[in-house]
Ligand binder design. Sequence first.
Ligand code: CDT
Length: 302
Amino acid sequence: MRLINVAAGQLGPIARAETRTQVVARLSALMRQARECGCDLIVYPELALTTFFPRWFMEDQAEIDHFFEREMPGPETRPLFDLARELGIGFYLGYGELTSEGGVINRYNSSILVDKSGAIVAKYRKVHLPGHAEHEPYRRFQHLEKRYFEPGDRFDVVEAFGGVMGMAICNDRRWPETYRVMGLQGVEMVMIGYNTPVHNPPAPEHDDLSLFHNQLVMQAGAYQNGTWVVGVAKAGVEEGVDQIGGSCIIAPSGEVVAACTTKGDEIALARCDLDLCNSYKRTTFNFDVHRQPQAYRMIVER
Ligand code: CDT
């Protein structure tokens, strides 16, 4: 057995006025709970340091940039890294990343994986940015990820925590390619933070299915690639927008083995044996034996 004790570290709403320091205190409280329960790793949501700001149309760049981190860790986030090192627990954290190289500024919807020594061992930039780039007045709230972020361009994996670890962010979880590209690299645990409004303005007929779709895509991704999946929400009514909860930990069988039951700050725990992946990776989903890539060319050519 190769065990990782994992916590899904769900957050309730973060108000626009809440400071990084206040949020880090909430993240720290969840981290302490997780460690008291023997966890090696806690997974936090997408954009876990601020409110989900793409719901607002903004033109003032300084106002927009307030939601981004210029360094990681920075002065306000360093206490979380220090606590991780002190407790001996790793974490996945989603945040808005602002880079500045040679006078060129780029902004991404990113996540990092931090090991038990408090060192960043991997960074991921969200590939599938949903929503729109311009103000759409018909919407009760906006979803302007295409305005505020550039897309990432790769799904890598990293050896950490005794296994092969991968990251994705929110909308990525709906796309089979996300899991498959990491599956082809032998991924054994995919960590995914999300912010998902219950109401989808362009398709309100999906609203009643939002929790079902959340679980459907992550269960399918886990089973079809023989990997653990840890999906973690920022949930509840945030600045007037109701966001789904449904944080859960899914085994390579596709079964949900732990789940949050509230829409607030809460941890759900599972003892994840990475060797459970083998049973799927070596049989039904033995890619070397059964895949037929010559029949899939259209996926990358169109
Ligand atoms: N954050 C994020 O990617 N949310 C999307 C919302 C639906 S598309 C407007 C999601 O896929 O959950």
